[in-house]
Every structure is written in structure tokens, then in C-alpha cells.
Design a protein around this ligand. Sequence first.
Ligand code: PMP
Length: 455
Amino acid sequence: MPDTTHPNSWDARAKSSSFFGFTDLPSIEARGTVVLTHGEGPYVFDTEGRRYLDANSGLWNMIAGFDHPGLIRAAQEQYARFPGYHAFFGRMSDQTVMLSEKLAQVSPFESAKTFYTNSGSEANDTMVKMLWFLAGAEGQPERRKILTRGNAYHGVTAVTASMTGKPYNSLFGLPLPGFIHLTCPHYWREGRDGESEAEFTARLAEELEEVIAREGVDTIAGFFAEPVQGAGGVIPPSAGYFDAILPILRRHKIPVIADEVITGLGRTGEMWGCESYDFVPDAIISSKALTAGYFPMGAVILGPELADRLQRATREVEEFPHGFTASGHPVGCAIALAAIDLVETELLDRVRALTPSFEAGLARLAEHPHIGEARSRGLMGALEAVRDKETKAPWDGDLSVSERIANTCTDHGLICRPLGQAVVLCPAFIMTEAQMAEMFEKLGAALEEVFDGLT
Ligand code: PMP
């Protein structure tokens, strides 16, 4: 444990100087913070010299590890060439143009246009504003409601927090009106007694029909979905889910937006999560792996129909009055070009090669009597802790069981993330088989230690 008593310790300095987001304050007051200095491959090192295997690739984003020479070189070279510019007033850097061309090429769209932001939240927020802008321009100003799902995570701005189906947003008086959350497509937890997975999927499709009828199709601007829910606890949809709901959305001409902030660029074993589930959305939201976490960047990748409609709508009022100072930053774009190249030439193959041992490791730990479900797609996975495997009864929330597991892992040099009562793993694509084995060994030991202490 860090020396939290010394006023000049990094821990004390972090606590007295910084306001923490998404952090259990009582827990860090008791345990101390972890202040990091550098990384090597999938490992990070703290100010005390301790090494941690980061099983979450930072926040799902550091797909190439923490010291990739090619990405660092791309950044250095671009900093030397042209260290910053914007994308307003018809000006943008050559790197920005090249990245948009590259994204169109690797996207599932026949043609695409990309708009840049600094984060995933801003990209989803921008997409909503684009849909609202279209509604106004196309003479249907009442078409503003946004459909998402329970447990979805789309960001933290006022709009994207409203899209996010997490109870904590009520602390901010959110969601705003007009943000509608459908049932989370998690059969294991949401399926009713005696309901088959096919029946569950059919029920969710019926619910969608009912919500559209209730709200009025003319009031709905769009539907957003993560192909695999990430921060909801890694939830791949129930079997046949997208096949069941997409025809309904298509019939009602409701734009379908794939939030691929986590799933985009290889995580699921395909370039895009929507390809893993065999559908082409109307737009893709990308971030995280886009720059392998080496630069803050998000992107709205518009498929041809939305791009054309937005172009037409914009021409009528002259401009789309929206953009961020650092939209399309040349250094971010240069890094993204290098990152996408890396995914195409090496990392997608690595994800596919590592997936069997990832699935096997999760399945092995799921044999534990207090693990209710292992779920994964490609290299994103979760283990759901339960008090009773038979009834799926969760642990008493006051026991903070997943936090205990994650804290025990940290004590043993492994960083993984508690989400609800699940523990989430999202390894870097550059992990070796030996590092994968180390990850499961440490997590397995932590599970034993925590569950032994609770029973
Ligand atoms: N969408 C999804 C699916 C995400 O997982 C996240 C972040 N975890 C976001 C949006 C928001 O991205 P950011 O944190 O970059 O704003």
C-alpha cells in the first residue's frame, strides 16, 4: 500500500489537488490512489515502482499497449511537421483529409464522411445534434426523441448522459425529456422465468414496436446501440437481437447509429462490432481504439444517406454551426492513421488469435460457484459474481463484491474493473499468451481470496 500519511506522497498530492470522476471516494480515502508514471507493453508502473498488468487497456482504449514505437513516432513526426490546426471555415490539415479517406475505406459503408470530436461523448452528442438539425431542416422539428437501451453507456455530456441507461444519472436530474430507454438485451439477467432466448428477443422487438407506436414515429430522431454493451458490463445482445429489431427500425425509417466507441477497430474480432452482428448502420461513432488511446479523439462516420441529407440541409442554411477547436487535430489524425494501419496489418489478427484463450480463461473461472455468467465477444469479457449460482441472486450491494475483487487484483499487480457485480476484462491486442495466462491466474487467485472471505 502507498504511504498515504506523508503530506508529500504522490497519493496525498493527488488527493489534495485533484477532483476524481467515476471514483469511489470512501474507497480511495481508505486505500489510497495509484499514481502512474509510465508503461511497457500492457503493463503500467506507479510512483512506488510497482508494476501492474492492465487488463482493461486503460479505459478500453490502449489497444497497442503503453509504449508502441510506431504510434509514438507518428505523433513525434506530426508534432514536428504541423502540431495543431482546426477544421473550421473550410480549412483542415492534410492528415485530417487522409484519415477521413481511410475511415471511409475501412468502414462498412460504400462511401462515408467523417466529422471529428475530442471524445466519444462529444461524438454521440454531435450525432444527436446532427439528427436534430436534420429534423428542423427537413420540416419535422418535433422529430427529436432518442431511443437507447437500459445499461447503455453513451457518454457524460447532458445529452449523452441522458442516453446512458444508468441509474446514477438521476443524481444530475437526468435524463432530459425525450430520451427513451428500451430493455437491455441481456437474456441471462432480463429473461423471464421459462422464457427462451428466442422468446426474449421477440419480446424486445415487440417492445420496440410498442414504443414507436406509443411515442409516434414522427417524434423519433434516431436509435443508438453499442453492438456489445461495454460499460454496462460487457453485454453481447441476445441471439438474433439485431436481426429482430433492425427491420422494425428500417420500416419506420428511424436512423440506426452504432456506438462503436469500444467495439470499433477490432475489439470484437471484426473491424466493426456491427460486422460481428451482420448489419450496416446509418452512422458509426468511433473513439478509443481510433488513436489507440494516444490522443483524445472521437469521430462521427456518416454513411452515404445521412451524409447526403446533412449536406443538403447544411447548404440551405449555409453552415452546420457546430465543431470543437481541436476537431480533426493533425497530430490525432496522424496517430489514428498509424493506429488503423496497425489494426489492419497486425492487431485484428492478434485479436482473433487471442480470442480462444481469452474465452477459455473466462470459461475456466466461470466454473467457480460464485460466478454466475461469463460473457464475451472478441477481446472484451466479463465475469458476473453471484451469491447463488442457481437462482442468480446477486450479493448484497453493501458488500461491494466486484470492487473487492478489483482491489484484491490491484494488490496483486493486476488492474481490472468492477462494473455492477461484474468484473470486466478488456486486454490490449498486443498481449502475449503468457500475459493472458498471468491475467487469468491473478484474477482466479483474487476470486478465491474474496469469495473465501465472504462465505
Ligand atoms: N460510448 C461508449 C460505448 C463508451 O464506452 C464511451 C466511454 N467509455 C463513450 C461513448 C464516451 O466516450 P468518452 O469517455 O471518450 O467521452
